[in-house]
Design a binder for this molecule. Structure first.
Ligand code: ABN
Ligand code: CU
Length: 688
């Protein structure tokens, strides 16, 4: 049961409104004076309290608490909690050697300082840029990651430098070879990393993806006719506050500065029985390690969520291009560094799409047929992590499947190269003078399951041939194979990797609930097939900092506040000790059998760049599935009306009584059937 959502009060999992953010800021300012506000975000209700309220709306409503991180003048960092109802600061803690997330405002500041810094100007001149042209010098100001020369007491950024001769040119075509280091507290450049081999500014012709560049290169193709999505009777989902209902699904859509979209209390109405499936789903961390070992590129491994925030970097989406059709948007609200608030309009888009065929069968004996079409519900955000774009889609299907999908696009991170320079295989020359280093995009999905209740168990499933040899009585013909299930009883046992050879999947089960037919536990199966191992070696900086990326699966026992597997504050962690997941796993002996658990899944791609990725990358999708198995009694979508159905008896009766709900907008592509119209055009006006 989902708790009552009052019109006046926010749902306990709703993100803080701008009014709530401002009131937390005002309380903190009153108590502690002028500060830089780094985070003011919902401190999520304790699960036990939240569950009680969800089960019984007359139970105490979880309090609205703001999680606050500030930086005091001089660079001291404080973690705080503010109880919004009572207006009290319930926690205020000085942190030592921890740097909180880098905000957009901190990012933007670095470029201005670089342009004025005499040491940077000198390096630009060495690269071949006149000092009058410093307004054409740009930087992507990454957090420094970790650099043993500086540690983590000072807040540092590394400026990846570029030259852009014309404001409309591609930002990443003219990389510069040196890397200034910026001290955020002093707001100055404290050092510059200069490579032994210098790489002067490349003089190649600009290549650009903007209209002027495309026109210059021959212009746009003119053979595309419009494709429009129409929903003449409106959408089939209902939104109340931030709770959505669609095709038996019901869930709450949250959003924070860091993970972006968070889905909570996901239930499925199974013929009147509202069954819980997941308590919380989110993309919770990612790391993008780069593979060039030459100093200082070892520092290039971005934790885009923990260091910059998928929420803070999220795009304001545009109707008709980021999302097509009938769209419902949700905004996002954040603090500003100075203690105000800002709104990102249309941060989340929600819409339905046709999803091809849901099921079909035709009988070869008699031409009877049933075809039922599927649709899907998409909850989407897109964030820009400097050069890259990540479109995060949470796709819900009618058959109980949830499909997280990430679309990678944007621009490669690039570095300067000399003509005929050997890349040593660590990168690819994607355009003359442009070296795009090898890298991985490793995402961590946090799954807090609730499959028919909070007590769940994870099994690994491998399809394996029988051990019995050919000719043996058990496997005389040698064809026997089955699914081998390995139960994870302890945290240590759960640490596993992908195996494509055995079609490995992981089942999140409720072992207390066996299926009446199969005798197997009700479960949700994680099907994920793009699961590269972490390529930086054991003991490397990335390996130490990104404990979650060492293996595909880690399962822990649930604990409040264990949300972010590379640690709560990620910039400048040394990895000694490894924060987050490795700490939570302890010695691995904790039981995860039939209890409240959380599964962390790391998946992604290894990207060896190619010229086709430049100057802007066509989308590369990565997808995975959470599928009901032994969960429903049988196919749960047989009640979706078919588009067309003729049974054998209807065929025999010359088609009387067939169901024909085919849409009357679909039509033949070509009037004369041969791919070309009488008038030589491609038949868009033809009717059948
Ligand atoms: N991809 C690293 C990054 C993200 C945002 C801003 C700067 C750098
Ligand atoms: Cu990539």
């Amino acid at each position: 049961m989902v708790g009552a959502s009052s019109d006046l009060l926010p749902h306990p999992l709703d993100p803080l409104s701008s009014v709530e953010i401002q009131s937390a800021i005002d309380l903190v300012k009153k108590a502690h004076g002028e500060l830089f506000f780094n985070v003011v975000s919902l401190h999520e209700p304790r699960k036990a309290e939240m569950t009680k309220w969800l089960e019984d709306p007359s139970a105490p409503r979880p309090a609205r608490i703001a999680d606050v991180v500030v930086i005091a003048p001089g660079g001291k960092v404080y973690d705080g909690l503010v109880d919004l109802a009572s207006g009290t600061i319930t926690k205020w803690e000085l942190l030592d050697g921890l740097q909180p997330i880098i905000t957009m405002e901190e990012l933007v500041a670095v470029e201005h300082v670089c342009r004025k810094d005499p040491k940077v100007i000198e390096q630009c001149e060495i690269s071949g840029i006149a000092k009058e042209d410093m307004d054409k010098v740009y930087c992507d100001p990454w957090t420094i990651g970790y650099d043993e020369r500086y540690g983590n007491k000072t807040r540092l950024q590394q400026a990846l430098m570029y030259y852009r001769p014309n404001v409309d040119d591609c930002q990443y075509q003219y990389p510069l070879d040196f890397c200034p280091i910026y001290d955020g507290t002093k707001q100055e450049i404290i050092a510059i990393d200069i490579p032994k081999v210098r790489r002067p500014l490349s003089k190649t012709q600009p290549i650009n993806y903007h209209p002027a560049g495309v026109e210059k290169a021959g212009g746009y193709r003119d053979n595309l006719r419009p494709i429009n999505i129409t929903q003449p009777d409106g959408v089939s989902f209902k939104v109340t506050g931030r709770e959505i209902e669609w095709q038996n699904w019901k869930f709450h859509i949250g959003f924070n500065y860091r993970e972006g979209i968070i889905l909570n209390n996901i239930t499925f109405n199974d013929k009147g029985n509202v069954r819980p499936i997941f308590y919380r789903l989110s993309l919770t961390e990612m790391v993008v390690p780069y593979g060039n070992p030459e100093h200082p590129h070892q520092r290039k491994h971005a934790f885009d969520l923990g260091e910059y925030g998928a929420g803070y970097m999220t795009n304001s989406l545009t109707l008709g291009c980021d999302c097509k059709g009938s769209i419902h948007y949700l905004d996002a609200e954040f603090p500003t560094r100075a203690g105000g608030t800002r709104t990102i309009k249309n941060a989340i888009c929600i819409h339905e799409e046709d999803s091809g065929i849901l099921f079909k069968h035709s009988d070869f004996r008699d031409d009877s047929v049933i075809v039922t079409r599927a649709r899907k519900l998409i909850i989407q955000q897109i964030f820009t992590a400097a050069n890259y774009e990540y479109a995060i889609q949470w796709i819900f299907h009618q058959d109980g499947t949830i499909q997280p999908e990430i679309k990678l696009t944007g621009i490669l991170n690039t570095y300067a190269m000399n003509p005929n320079e050997d890349t040593h295989g660590w990168g690819t020359q994607v355009y003359p003078g442009v070296n795009a280093h090898n890298h991985q995009h490793l995402f961590c999905l946090r799954i807090d399951p609730n499959v028919d209740g909070p007590n769940n168990t994870v099994f690994m499933a491998d399809a394996v041939p029988s051990d019995a040899p050919v000719g043996s009585p058990e496997n005389y013909y040698g064809n026997a194979f089955s699914a081998k299930r390995t139960k994870f009883s302890t945290v240590g046992e759960s640490v596993t990797d992908y195996n494509g050879a055995t079609s490995r999947t992981w089942d999140i089960c409720n072992t207390n609930k066996l299926h009446p037919y199969s005798g197997k536990p009700a479960s949700y199966k994680l099907v994920s097939r793009e699961v590269p191992g972490l390529l930086p070696k054991e003991g490397s900086l990335v390996w130490k900092r990104a404990g979650f990326a060492r293996h595909a699966i880690h399962v822990t026992k649930y604990q409040d506040d264990q949300l972010w597997p590379a640690g709560r504050h990620v910039p400048q962690t040394s990895g000694e000790p490894s924060l987050g997941l490795p700490e939570w796993m302890g010695d691995g002996s904790e039981s995860i059998d039939n209890t409240d658990i959380v599964l962390y899944h790391t998946f992604g791609v290894t990207h060896i760049p190619a010229p086709e990725d430049f100057p802007i990358m066509p989308v590369e999708p990565i997808t995975l599935l959470l599928r009901p198995r032994n969960f429903f009694t049988n196919n749960p979508v047989m009640d979706v009306p078919p588009s067309f159905c003729s049974t054998p008896s209807q065929v025999a009766a010359n088609g009387t009584g067939v169901t024909d709900a085919t849409d009357k907008l679909s039509k033949l592509a070509f009037t004369n059937g041969n791919g070309c119209c009488a008038n030589g055009t491609n038949g868009t006006n033809g009717t059948s």
